[in-house]
Design a protein around this ligand. Structure first.
Ligand code: SF4
Length: 622
């Protein structure tokens, strides 16, 4: 085995819950150069260790925390970590990232990640400190929400800086859209990773900061790039935008685009939208910076509500998608109430987007008489009813009464109810939850949601900076409705996001690909350029694609639900129809990904070109 490259610890922690054993395994350095880290490591481990027939809640499923070469450095936002598994929303691959401190602390314990296998006989948590790991009894943590769990472990382990990655009641009760929550508000939310932890009886992973210093190829160059990058971020923060006002900074432009999701897509009219903008919230409420590891921006803040019925409420400031889910999606107009509901969702350990689509669907069904009070355990689920929403979230998290069916997520709940209720539900046919936008005028992101292999978007807007990838700009790709150019554009950009998710740094902070590559090369001593970066990203995508095909993916699942792909009835995109073009666009996308245009299977030459020739035979059986 070659010496492990700089930027890595060279070891993964292997946890077998069934036998209550932990051990460290050296990883091959060739894996690092080929898959880089994060989702790249996770995709390979998942494929190799979770064979077809293993379901998301089987003991043989794995849940993997994977780090990358940026973790453990002083780079802004390098506390990020990636969680990979087979997820319960899609019954296919799941990959989700969260920021905070967990990734940085784990690396200081000389680890590149953790692979968890098996099923514990009793509830447990994993404690990692001073480079050692131990499984401990978690009976006393059961029933605690994610914030209480973090607090209890900090007290018990006498470490106020402890970073805790845990599940709340939703994960304990295997709610399909349960999230993994770290540092209170940093959520690896998509595709039910918290339910996988719950199915394994793993309540939390607690990590103390230790002393391992990650080796770096060119420390002086990295130091100067880090300083330069931090200065650039500080300057950008002073100018405004997301770094100054948070992720709701751009909300005011959304109604004009028709991209603000309102009342479960039944309208595009929401006069109260300005109250949900980042600038409004930050100038009207009391906020304080609450940054992640080495982050100089003002993206994350704590908040005290100063207006409306929830005046005095204190918690974490909601992200845009939480504001959307607990505001316009459910016809709710008070940002203070949205703050309370967002925090409640995080505490219960629920993924916010799916909460919004679920509650919005219940409210529409209630309005139409498809659900009545007897179906909702007496809750009056009218649009915007905040207290009924809070009560329903608790029922879902504990699978109480009507919450038991709703805990399956909107797709499965709607299919169980049947009839017109199915027509009202927003989901992809894979089961993935769309992000918190009205995608009907965003054909790019609707396709990304439906075609992605991870349970959430995979391309993530990479096509918006085509010049960084070396191809010419396609004007207005974000809002154009061209059945040929839109899928071509997203296919061309696909790979960049997955490459960046191999590095494990906050996606918000690294908009310049060349600078990112300069940093990677200073850490590792490699000579990555954009082509090699895109090759890694494409390798990850194709690895996950073959995994999914072997686990049951068909092209019929890469379609929006009836409501998700419906025609807006009012607003700026009234009458715009995506579905007449869908089959054609999917085929164009497949073709431009070098997949079979009819089936979506990667072509053998595509796999060989990416160094994945060993997967060719696996695809032949499908
Ligand atoms: S931009 Fe936000 S999420 Fe990213 S590192 Fe900074 S505070 Fe954390």
């Amino acid at each position: 085995m070659d010496a492990y490259p700089e930027g890595y610890a060279g070891k993964f922690l292997k946890v077998d819950l069934s036998s209550e054993s932990v051990s460290k395994e050296a990883t091959d350095s060739a894996i690092a150069t080929k898959y880089v880290g994060g989702v790249g490591f996770g995709a390979k481990l998942l494929y190799d260790q979770v064979v077809p027939g293993v379901e998301w809640n089987d003991p043989a499923n794995r849940i993997i925390w994977a780090l990358g070469p940026f973790n453990g450095t002083a780079l802004p936002g390098s506390g990020t970590f990636c969680v990979i598994s087979k997820g319960p929303m899609t019954d296919l691959a799941a990959s989700s990232q969260a920021n905070g401190f967990f990734g940085a602390y784990l690396k200081t314990n000389a680890l590149d990640g953790i692979v968890v296998d098996g099923l514990a006989k009793r509830w447990c948590y994993l404690y990692i400190h001073d480079g050692v790991a131990e499984l401990r009894n978690a009976d006393h943590l059961l029933g605690k929400d994610t914030w209480e769990t973090e607090e209890a472990l900090r007290e018990e382990l006498n470490d106020r800086r402890l970073s805790v990655c845990c599940i709340g009641p939703a994960g304990e009760n295997t709610v399909r859209f349960a999230a993994v929550v770290a540092n209170k508000s940093h959520v690896a939310g998509h595709n039910g990773l918290g339910a996988v932890m719950g199915a394994k009886k793993l309540k939390a992973i607690a990590v103390s900061r230790s002393t391992f210093m990650v080796p770096v190829a060119d420390a002086s160059r990295l130091s100067s790039l880090t300083r330069e990058h931090a200065r650039m971020l500080q300057e950008a923060t002073a100018k405004g935008g997301m770094y100054k006002w948070g992720t709701a900074a751009n909300l005011p432009q959304m109604p004009d685009e028709g991209t603000l999701p309102i009342k479960n897509y039944t309208t595009n009219i929401f006069p109260e939208y300005m109250r949900f903008s980042g600038e409004y919230i930050r100038t009207q409420f009391e906020v304080k910076p609450n940054p992640c590891w080495a982050c100089p921006t003002h993206h994350c803040e704590t908040i005290k509500v100063t207006q409306g019925p929830y005046t005095g409420y204190e918690g974490e400031e909601p992200e845009y998608e939480q504001l959307a889910a607990f505001g316009p999606v459910i016809g709710q107009t008070d940002p203070g109430a949205a703050t309370m509901l967002s925090n409640l969702g995080d505490q219960l350990g629920l993924e916010a987007n799916e909460c919004g689509w679920l509650i919005g669907w219940v409210m529409e069904c209630y309005e139409k008489g498809l659900l009545t009070k007897s179906d909702t355990d007496g809750l009056e689920m009218i649009w915007g009813n905040v207290e009924a929403t809070a009560a329903l979230l608790r029922k879902v998290a504990y699978r109480e009464g009507c919450g038991n069916l709703l805990a399956e997520g909107v797709k499965r709940a709607a299919e169980k109810l049947g009839g017109e209720a199915v027509q009202c539900a927003i989901y992809s046919q894979k089961g993935a939850s769309p992000r918190g936008h009205d995608h009907r005028p965003r054909w790019d992101e609707m396709m990304d949601t439906c075609f992605s292999n991870t349970g959430t978007v995979e391309v993530g807007g990479a096509y918006l900076q085509p010049e960084q990838l070396g191809y010419p700009s396609i004007p207005s790709v974000r809002t154009m409705h061209d059945p040929w150019q839109t899928p071509v554009a997203i296919a061309l950009g696909n790979g960049r996001r997955q490459f960046e998710d191999c590095l494990c740094a906050c996606r918000f902070l690294y908009p310049n690909l060349q600078r990112t590559l300069d940093i990677l090369n200073a850490i590792t001593g490699w000579e990555f350029d954009k082509d090699r970066a895109m090759e890694v990203g494409r390798r990850v995508i194709n690895y996950l694609r073959v995994f999914n095909l072997r686990h049951g993916l068909t092209k019929e699942m890469e379609v929006p639900s009836a409501r998700y792909g419906s025609v807006p009835v009012d607003g700026p995109n009234k009458g715009l129809a995506v579905m007449p073009n869908w089959d054609f666009m999917r085929s164009v996308y497949y073709q431009n990904m070098s997949w079979d245009p009819d089936t979506g299977k990667p072509l053998p030459e595509t796999l060989r070109r990416l160094g994945l020739e060993h997967l060719v035979a696996d695809l032949e059986d499908i």
